[in-house]
Design a protein around this ligand. Structure first.
Ligand code: SF4
Ligand code: SF4
Length: 279
């Protein structure tokens, strides 16, 4: 069934993009004695689930939290991990504002380059490049554990995007943000695919998640619409069940969005399937 309106995923993405933006702006206003109602004193670090991942090592090794990381990051991380165990990297596909911004820029890229968009990098090289994010993850955990500070902040495009007006952002983070936004014109979610350490962690849940992307081989007509719809270039049409570490649970490949045959590509566990809603 083709999409008729704005998808539920888009609504959720916009909600979190606005929420994180409000929290970031509130942080600046607070310093001038103004506070946005309801947002309160939430800090960007406190709502950064990646902070929780970095803190695991620090907490286990030294029994302390990394500077600027709050207990709330831990709680948020547990919620995100529980969601990932059940449904895969929902945080990436539905919540992360950096993922959302990359998707918005890629819409321009699709208009500019048509079918070539998201297909510029040769598949043979791309396959290996996608493991780069695990190198980044290893470096971030090691460097943070050794130094006790969030070293990734100096290279983090997420932090740069929501703090560019504060004067607290390192030049290196600005450069990486600019490169990511530029690359998003050519490739869907370049940061997610090649560099995001948090995406690397969440991607592993695709191997064990309870509800997965399943293709019904009996009803599939091999039109490959699911492959073309996948922003992460996953070959859904050759999988019985998608276990690729790059799946972001966006459901763009599903029968409610791309696949023309009802109940052929679904988010399912055994005989239970979940439909994607439109609003
Ligand atoms: S891979 Fe990273 S940047 Fe991309 S959506 Fe997931 S957390 Fe966000
Ligand atoms: S389109 Fe399907 S296979 Fe591709 S990332 Fe989204 S849910 Fe995963």
């Amino acid at each position: 069934m083709k999409r008729k309106g704005i998808s539920l995923r888009r609504v959720v993405q916009i909600f979190f993009l606005l929420l994180i933006t409000l929290i970031a702006v509130n942080h600046t206003l607070e310093e001038r004695g103004i506070e946005i109602p309801l947002v309160g004193s939430a800090s960007l670090h406190a709502v950064c689930p990646f902070g929780g991942v970095v803190s695991i090592y620090q907490y286990a090794a030294a029994g302390t939290f990394t500077k600027k990381i709050h207990e709330s990051s831990f709680i948020l991380m547990i919620i995100v991990f529980a969601l990932a165990l059940a449904f895969g990297p929902v945080f990436c596909g539905w919540i992360c504002p950096l993922g959302t911004v990359q998707e918005f820029i890629s819409r321009i890229g699709r208009r500019l380059f048509g079918k070539r968009h998201n297909n510029f990098i040769p598949r043979a090289a791309d396959r290996y490049l996608r493991y780069l994010r695990y190198l980044v993850l290893g470096w971030v955990i090691y460097a943070t554990a050794v130094s006790g500070v969030l070293v990734f902040a100096d290279y983090d495009p997420y932090y740069a995007l929501f703090n560019f007006w504060t004067g607290e952002v390192a030049v290196s983070a600005f450069v990486i943000l600019a490169l990511v936004l530029l690359a998003a014109l050519f490739v869907e979610r370049p940061f997610c695919k090649y560099a995001c350490p948090y995406g690397a962690v969440l991607g592993l849940f695709n191997i064990v998640r309870v509800f997965g992307i399943k293709r019904n081989t009996d009803t599939c007509i091999n039109c490959r619409a699911c492959d073309r719809a996948c922003p992460m270039n996953i070959q859904v049409s050759t999988a019985g069940r998608v276990r690729d570490h790059q799946c972001i649970s966006c459901l763009e490949c599903s029968s409610e969005t791309a696949c023309p045959v009802p109940a052929t590509v679904e988010l399912a566990a055994g005989n239970i399937s979940i439909k994607k809603a439109e609003v």
